[in-house]
Structures are given as C-alpha cells and as structure tokens.
Design a protein around this ligand. Sequence first.
Ligand code: AMP
Ligand code: ZN
Length: 115
Amino acid sequence: MTGAVTQCVFCDIIAGRIPAQLVHDDEQVVVFKDIHPKARVHLLVVPRVHVPSLDELEERHDALVAHMMRLLPVLARKQGLATGFRTVINTGAGGGQEIAHLHIHLLGGAPLPGF
Ligand code: AMP
Ligand code: ZN
C-alpha cells in the first residue's frame, strides 16, 4: 500500500506523507520541530525505524541509540543553545507518551520549569 497513510504520524512524516519542519535528517533519524512547542526551541529526534517506545528498544538498536544521544548536543549547538538544553523521553501511558513512535524531545532557549 505505497503512499497509504499509516496509523503512525511520525512514520507518515518520515515517509513525507504529511509535512513537518525538518531540521536534520540522516540514514538513522529525522529531526523536526514540535508542532506545539513548549520552549523557543522544541525539536523531536525520531528514529526512521518504527520502535514504539523506550520499552521496545533491543540490543540491535544500540548503534541507533548511541547515534541519537550523540546527535543531541550537536543539534542543541546548531540551535544556539549555548548554555544547555533539556531532553525528555515519555514512555507509555504512565509517562504521558502521546505518539507511539520513540522520540526524544530537545528543549531550550527559555526558562524551563523545574521538576
Ligand atoms: P509525546 O507526548 O512524548 O508522545 O510527545 C508527542 C509530541 O509530538 C507532542 O509534543 C506533540 O506536540 C508532537 N506532535 C504531534 N503531532 C505532530 C506533528 N504532526 N508534527 C510535529 N509534532 C507533532
Ligand atoms: Zn512510526
């Protein structure tokens, strides 16, 4: 079913079926602006492979996880977040996860509330 809209919004963005404001893409991830930003900078780092959440990560994803982690400070620097940034991963209903495709929130550029 080439071109069909899937049940996953982020897979549809990755496939170019629905638009997003892309800021980075490579063989393993796409990065785009959150549609409802909670800070001046609010990016979502999303693996191209559909992994539903942190709970479903396996050993075969280790290189992907390392790539995502090491990409975060690079993205933050490019966004001008010289003094630091926040990363968030929501997991499952109990973690407030709304989109069931693993993603890391990258936030900064505004005073962020404490926990
Ligand atoms: P989470 O609660 O961790 O699953 O976060 C999902 C995030 O995806 C929320 O911050 C939403 O604002 C964001 N979001 C939902 N749909 C889109 C979309 N089409 N493009 C960009 N961001 C989106
Ligand atoms: Zn997906």
